[in-house]
Design a protein around this ligand. Structure first.
Ligand code: MTE
Ligand code: MO
Length: 404
């Protein structure tokens, strides 16, 4: 879909206004000064450029989580509330749009150096897609595992506009024998000799016509912390592949043997990527497609509701790398299920809102659950998976209320 009339030019002026606030990135005390604690120990910050109130997971590099109530406000996650995750603290404080280039090289006929103007002049695609960190909801792993203790807010849904990665690769002319592309951004390690963050995709995946070099998110240019001016969008796959501040694409004639693909972001090659705590000696594969999830968004744990009064429930679901076929809700801890009404379909890779009017609960504790089945027939499991990295949680979540 060509949305050129709606795409603002990436302008130097707009961007430098944002960059002025970026001092916070490199002056952690500024961020700490704006911290506040709430009852459940979350630490909030408003100190990061182009970001509103966020849960502070880490200051440097910034790890910012979307507060859960944002997910009840609509199917798209606003840019200023969209989560942020970087591996290395060497993040440019500004990007000069006049001199920024994307380089395509390696196993190609014509190495390219493209300016933003050239990319903006190419035919565009647009779709909605969920960006979810592999470790979203990690804090709920039991036994606990190391890594950022995300609640459910290391995910977000946006409308992305950009050019298909395929079109750029075709311009460079991928040579026969290419097996993968490796993408990296402008961010740099701050530790000597550490590997810069880079991720690979199989060449056929990179050329599927859907993987996108995005320059627009929810109708605006990308926030700096979400990868301004360009990022990869790999719909249906975990966001580790969604390389931000994308500046370099190398076409590889042999499998990627660098750290971030070969060693990091690997999951047990078992159903639900699940192993027993302490288990060893299992095969591993790179993390890949996402799996279905669903959330009740209008009621949270500990809420009090009136006994006997119908419960209006609302939430979000997504199918992973497929659309949402159905969402079922249980108000009795999984004993009986009723089908929720699905709101407008925003596309296969998007969040989908759902609604259900559940019968009035009897007095006492109420265990609410929502369960998504995707269009390939894959349903969320009732038992939580476990792996040492805390990846790919998609168990049916439970919200416990009290009816009185
Ligand atoms: N250049 C770059 N891109 C990156 C990363 C990074 O460290 N550097 N982290 C990845 C990971 S693990 C996640 S979860 C997403 C987070 O995307 P967001 O910050 O836009 O929410 O960015 C991905 N892309
Ligand atoms: Mo991530």
């Amino acid at each position: 879909m060509d949305q050129s009339h709606r795409v603002p030019m990436i302008g130097r002026r707009g961007f430098i206004a944002g960059a002025a606030a970026l001092g916070a990135l490199h002056h952690p005390t500024g961020a700490l000064g704006a911290m506040a604690r709430d009852a459940d120990e979350a630490v909030f910050t408003t100190a990061f450029p182009q970001k509103g109130r966020m849960i502070l997971q880490r200051t440097r590099p910034p790890l910012l989580e979307t507060p859960f109530e944002v997910f009840d406000q609509g199917v798209y996650t606003p840019n200023d509330r969209f989560f942020v995750r970087w591996h290395w603290a060497g993040i440019p404080e500004q990007v000069d749009v006049a001199t920024f280039t994307l380089t395509v090289h390696g196993h190609v006929d014509r190495p390219l150096t493209l300016g933003l103007g050239e990319l903006l002049a190419m035919p565009r695609i647009e779709y909605a897609a969920v960006n979810q960190c592999s470790g979203n909801s990690r804090s709920l792993f039991s036994p606990r595992v190391g890594g950022a203790q995300w609640r459910h807010g290391a995910m977000g849904n946006a409308r992305w506009v950009g050019v298909p990665l395929k079109a750029v690769l075709d311009r460079a002319g991928v040579k026969a024998g290419a097996v993968a592309i490796r993408a990296r951004g402008l961010d740099e390690p701050v530790v000597p000799d550490a590997p810069a963050f880079a991720k690979s995709l199989a060449i056929d995946h990179a050329r599927d016509g859907e993987v996108m070099i995005a320059f627009q998110m929810n109708g605006e240019q990308l926030p700096l912390l979400n990868g301004f001016p360009l990022r990869l969008v790999v719909p249906g796959w975990y966001s580790t592949y969604w390389v931000k501040m994308l500046s370099d694409i190398e076409v590889l004639a042999a499998p990627d043997d660098q750290y971030w693909t070969k060693m990091a972001y690997r999951i047990p090659d078992t159903p639900h990527a699940s192993v027993a705590p302490g288990q060893a000696g299992y095969a591993q594969v790179p993390i890949n497609r996402m799996v279905p999830r669903s959330f009740i968004t209008n009621l949270v744990d500990g809420a009090q509701v009136a006994a006997g009064k119908p419960l209006a429930l609302r939430g979000l679901a997504f199918g992973g790398d497929q659309g949402v076929a159905k969402v079922e809700v249980s108000a009795d801890g999984g004993g009986t299920w009723r089908q929720a009404q699905l709101a407008q379909d925003e596309g296969r890779y998007s969040f989908r809102q759902w609604h259900l009017a559940a019968p009035g609960p009897t007095a006492g504790p109420v265990r609410l659950m929502a369960r998504c089945t995707n269009t390939a027939g894959e349903t969320q499991p009732l038992e939580a998976n476990w792996n040492p990295n805390g990846f790919m949680r998609n168990v049916v979540e439970t919200t416990t209320l009290t009816a009185a």
